[in-house]
Design a protein around this ligand. Structure first.
Ligand code: XMP
Length: 321
């Protein structure tokens, strides 16, 4: 069935919130639901909508999958505490690294993450809590790109003919599926989320593993996490849609302290975009770029080469895998 899009311009946030709250209440009835909050605008909006509809009957978890950014779990829990929402951290780091072990193909990586989230982690949480529903923040762009076969977004099932009830043992509710990112930001603001959330830069479900080319290991995640801190510090004053650091698989020859150093390559990307369907690289100044490169080689162990992607989407995509 074709999803009826609601554009950001058409969106009446009060009507939308009222309708979706009613829909969630009537679907869940007197039962329980769970949701996973990553701190991104989509899952944050769903968390607020869900709590509006269900109150304490919605249990919200932050899944610490080991592939999130620096200090992310605690930061999100503290922020939502201020908004009156209790979030429980679930330590699933082992499970994700185990599932990713030995996998180099991008789509297989995505599939491993999907299965670990939905079958393993959420499956156990549903059993433990007695919930029958999972609320999640799938948006229309996720569905489009998955159905078009561009990238298997980690959170799309029914449109691929997968019945979550059969595959995982619970039903999925997707209140944001008619919106794109700009619409979700509008709804998130109307739901009382702070600007740091409703204007937050997008971050993919497969997290930093989308930014490691080749096998994902705890060591490589540590490197890309350090590089991410630097990119985010240096580019936070730009108006770019999204920026990121990518760790390449191939090494290159460099020189350090007068000796050969066969080291790591970091690729930087910074995008201007409205809704992530198309994007162009931001025209960063050479000064900004060389400042970034300097910090990368000085602060991230093993890095000897830093490049900037200057290709449009399409044919590039925003994330590297
Ligand atoms: P691409 O790389 O497809 O990214 O041009 C477009 C936007 O989507 C984000 N992205 C994802 N988000 N699950 C998500 O929730 C995913 O699997 C995923 N892959 C990409 C990406 O960060 C960008 O904003």
């Amino acid at each position: 069935m074709k999803i009826q899009e609601i554009t950001a311009a058409e969106l009446d946030t009060q009507v939308f919130i009222e309708e979706k709250t009613k829909e969630i209440s009537s679907l869940v009835g007197k039962g329980l639901a769970i949701n996973a909050l990553s701190g991104g605008v989509d899952s944050s909006a769903v968390t607020m909508l869900g709590h509006k509809a269900l109150g304490d009957r919605l249990k919200t978890y932050f899944i610490d999958n080991g592939i999130m950014r620096q200090d992310e779990p605690q930061r999100i829990v503290d922020l939502f505490k201020k908004l009156g929402v209790t979030v429980e951290i679930v330590d699933a780091q082992e499970k994700f690294f185990q599932a990713l072990k030995g996998i180099t193909d991008p789509e297989e990586k995505r599939e491993a993450i999907t299965q670990t989230f939905y079958k393993d982690v959420f499956g156990q949480l549903v059993k433990k809590s007695g919930a029958k529903y999972l609320l999640q923040g799938t948006i229309l762009t996720d569905v489009d790109e998955t159905v078009a076969g561009i990238k298997r977004q980690h959170n799309v099932f029914e449109q691929l003919g997968i019945d979550p009830q059969v595959a995982f043992g619970y039903k999925i509710i997707e209140p944001l599926v008619q919106l794109r990112k700009d619409g979700v930001r509008k709804a998130a603001q109307a739901l009382g989320l702070p600007e740091s959330v409703y204007n937050r830069m997008p971050f993919p479900g497969p997290a930093l593993s989308a930014r490691v080319i080749g096998e994902v290991t705890p060591e490589k995640i540590k490197i890309v996490r350090q590089a991410t801190v630097i990119v985010e510090e240096e580019l936070s004053s730009t108006k770019a849609f999204q920026y990121m650091a990518i760790l390449h698989q191939d090494k290159v020859t460099g020189i350090r302290d007068g000796k050969r150093d066969f080291g790591l390559q970091i690729e930087l990307r910074c995008w201007d975009s409205i809704d992530a369907r198309k994007a162009v690289p931001t025209a960063l100044s050479f000064n900004t770029l060389s400042g970034l490169a300097q910090r990368m080689v000085n602060e991230v162990p093993g890095v000897v080469s830093v490049t900037y992607n200057i290709t449009n989407k399409p044919p590039s995509t925003m994330e590297a895998i």
